[in-house]
Write a protein that binds this ligand. Sequence first.
Ligand code: ATP
Length: 597
Amino acid sequence: MWSSTYRPDKPQVGKVELRRIGTFFTPYNAQNAIVIACIFVAQLLGIAPALITAHIIDKAIPQKDFHALGVDCLLIVGSAIIAMLIGVYQGYLNSVVGEGIMRDIRTRLVAHLHTMPIPFFTNTKTGEIMNRVSNDVDNIDNVVTGTLVTIITNVFMIVTTVATMFFINWRLALLAILVVPLMILPLGPVGRKMYDIRKKTREKRDQIESITQETLSVSGITLIKSFAREGHEKSRFYDVGTRLMKLEINLAMVGRWFIGAITSMVVVGQAIIWFGGGWLAIRSEMTTGVIVAFVALIVGRLYGPAASLAGIQVQIVSALAVFERIFEYLDMQTEPYNPPGAIELPGIIGDVRFEDVHFSYNADREILAGVTLHIKPGQMAAFVGPSGAGKTTITQLVPRFYDAKEGDIFIDDPNIKSVTLESLRRDIGIVTQETYLFHDTIATNLRYARPDASDSAIEDAARSANIHEFISSLPEGYQTIVGERGHKLSGGERQRLAIARVLLKNPRILILDEATSALDSHNEAAIQEALVPLMRGRTSLVIAHRLSTILSADVIFVVERGRIVESGTHAVLLARGGSYARLYRKQFRDEARITAT
Ligand code: ATP
């Protein structure tokens, strides 16, 4: 269970079990079996031309048999065509498996992240998350797609070659195999080194991605330009880029040394065979032809594949550094979507109760210090109080974006901790100050609330939210693209779109954070009008910044230092002459005077 003090705990994955990586391959067992069969058939077909050639030289030509010669030539062409077709099919299957696994890992990661609690996102840089989802997954592509084929092909080649070598001369065969363990020696240290460097490069790439994300967003670039900090940002990026460059050079050099070491082993192997075979030849126990054949065999079909397997082993070990990062995210605790025994919240009436609710974001500071309140179905409750008092926090506990540390929250009857998150959030609509819109059309953004909404339902909602006329005046109407995060629209227009979106969702409970920023009188009036149908018939929790809102509230809660210090209607609270009256005089009296004049 994640708590209100949730931090993205980073579990020590340690040595990632290869078995866990293997589970990604399991759904593709059938295709993999066919791939293996294809490799065997293709390898066998690869031997055929040599055998047929021998038949041509030894039988067809000496016996002047034209028919056999023709058949042999056709067989050479036929076996090559079949091998090619099998190769193409195997390549296709290989792509299906590899790309399928990549899609599966990516989807699992993104779906898992969607179930992560909000504190994870407030504590983690977006760039880091993006880097893991896209670049990290791309980074394991070569391991996932090529490994199986390379391993099977090379093992098959090594086994058949070793058998052939023993068949030809067992003493030379033993000598040739002697070198193979030497190839394995550098695997441990090289793998570890590459793993370490790879881990560091991934972290540096996190930083690069974070800087890119932060500085190239609309808000980020506006900030940079307004403070003329382009030079600073360039050197910050250059510094991280330089550190990454050094790591990448390091990685390339380790790889280069490794290839050098393995290549040297191949030469050592040849020398050993020449020495051993030469010694036998001098003693007339072997012909030169056999030594030549042996050297050709070990270079092409023994050391070559052994070096390739060694390369794969190193690649897998260093890829573990990336897999660990992926597993680290997959192992993080998600929101309790369906906690044990959770019930579906039936269609709700909208009675909201807080009982002695305590909350803190971090262990060191209590933000809510015992909030008790009751909002009856259909009531509009306004929350007022100084900045930082905890008004937003109170509203965020209702859809369980955060969980109370102590105390309970009830909707109708059930404690919100005992219901499924889907059913709880289905009936809650939220309009925040920061309206988020996808870079898509107005229609698609509105339909996000109700994918099956008809065009007329969308227009009705837009009409109620006082934005239909504006949308219709645009050349492309509802098909207008709103731009990154809706930045092509004004703040007021974005907020009215957000209101239309919630109207489409038609929730029983509404959470509204009124915009603090001053809007022009036209937009202000348009939003106030849009709010009327939004609040009608719903239980509303409004963080109020407008006098008109608090005047029409059924109940006002005054929040101070994480407590409700007063509650009641405007008239009652004003008459009491306490916190509300002071706040009203400070914050709203000027507005009241302006409204009156
Ligand atoms: P305002 O009227 O300025 O929006 P508010 O009454 O809505 O203020 P909250 O946003 O609830 O206040 O914040 C209450 C306190 O909690 C503030 O002191 C704030 O710094 C702190 N706080 C808010 N969000 C977080 C967070 N994600 N992590 C840590 N502290 C936070």
